[in-house]
Write a protein that binds this ligand. Structure first.
Ligand SMILES: [Zn+2]
Length: 168
């Protein structure tokens, strides 16, 4: 069994009229198993984008212990701000009835850096409920899409400038 569903709703996300899309893939249920529902959030804004933090940068290798400790602290704060941005999306999905009906409290999902893969490539929010289910939350932001289009244009323009040298 492998069913997929898709829903969407208009939402206000950090002051912008966006669309929240929710995709669910359900691949079965095993009683008492360690299987989980995992919610993946496509994070489009960084904390500095929405005024919730500053990127801490990296302490130099030869930094003093004090500097390193302060840098670690700054990173913890930054990562927490990132999670805040993600949990905002979780709440919007829940409040707009976009999540599967059995999810009564989205706060039962706990963030894990290794939710979808032990290497850390797919972070997500996990609940061990015996289900084999993946849920994707995607915010479609006109502002972000314009930003991406402008970046692409810039990359394409840079390619054009580079192109003649390849032809030699
Ligand atoms: Zn991986």
């Amino acid at each position: 069994m492998n069913t997929q569903t898709r829903k969407s709703a208009p939402v206000n996300y950090f002051g912008e009229a966006c669309t929240l899309e929710v995709g669910v893939r359900f691949a079965g249920w095993e009683k008492g198993s360690k299987s989980s529902s995992i919610i993946y959030v496509d994070q489009i804004w960084s904390p500095e984008d929405v005024g919730l933090g500053e990127h801490p940068g990296w302490a130099p290798q030869d930094a003093t212990e004090d500097v390193k400790t302060a840098n670690n602290k700054a990173w913890k704060k930054y990562n927490k701000a990132e999670l805040g941005i993600q949990s905002q999306v979780l709440k919007l999905a829940y409040l707009n009835n976009l999540l599967p009906e059995d999810i009564k409290d989205v706060m039962e999902f706990k963030f894990s850096r290794t939710a979808g893969c032990p290497c850390g490539c797919s972070k997500g929010w996990v609940k061990r409920d015996g289900l084999r289910r993946s849920i994707w939350l995607t915010i479609k932001s006109p502002k972000k899409e314009a930003e991406r289009a402008a970046e692409k244009k810039e990359r394409d323009a840079a390619k054009e400038i580079l192109a003649p040298s390849y032809e030699l």
